[in-house]
Design a protein around this ligand. Sequence first.
Ligand code: HSE
Length: 306
Amino acid sequence: MNKCVKIRVPASTANLGSGFDVFGLALGLYNELEMEMVSGDSGVCIEIDGEGENSLSRDKKNLVWQAALKTFKAVNFPHERYGFCLKAINRIPLARGLGSSAAAALSGILAANAVSGNKLSREDILGLAVEFEGHPDNVAPQLFGGLCVSVMSGGIQVVRLDPPKNLKAVVCVPEFELSTKKARAALPAKISHKDAVFNVSRSALLVAAFGTGNSDLLKIAMSDRLHQPYRKKLVPGFDAVLEEAYKAGACGAALSGAGPAMFAFVPSSKVSQVGRAMERGFASAKVRSKSLVLQFNLKGAEVLSK
Ligand code: HSE
């Protein structure tokens, strides 16, 4: 019995400024994973092309494989009776705040679920992926597409919204990496009541901005006192990138996830100039970067059977 599935998972940008660990938006940049399962215990082989091809492990510690193993266990699938060949084509830059680790976990879970008989619901898949990530803000939009509001409350509540129709995403990716662990370690254990109110009001305004389609609200709605003020010391050029992005016509801009990439909502007519402006912002801090103009992804992860 040979089975082969192909999975496509989008990148994502989390937080959107004020919605720390809550908001996430799927982006039109994709990792692909092919998983082939053959009869007989011939072990696992892992091929990686693109991002991380020189750094990601190709042995049993590989995150995609770990996620697949967790899935086989969850559905009681006797994976040890089979051999597996995994081929990953990675386009999502690693450790930049674009959801590469969530995408790796999700692709492993979706592939393992597909070859073992599709026993898991989308909610089960979300739950397994969140166990890897610790928070749902990248996994939810990668799985469901669009703009997701995710809340951990015993289970995981996800509400999917449509991203702004008249805007595109510009992402500016600096050459250096920043681990989520280090970016989370920079956060204080406590914040003031005033700062909590600041963020609650902005993140409520962000939902209102998406609900009404009023992109003039985004600049205020994406401002934040929960994480960016503490993380920006780890991201040289942070203030300059924001300033340049707004000067060039961005409607709203923020650190992408835990960073160090920066994200902006931009009217279609201004995407090139905003991209160049964000690169100039990083350059002012002597950081090389590359801007990408991306569509929003609306479909989420797809299982494309071969
Ligand atoms: N919400 C997360 C953070 C995203 O900012 O740390 C990174 O996974």
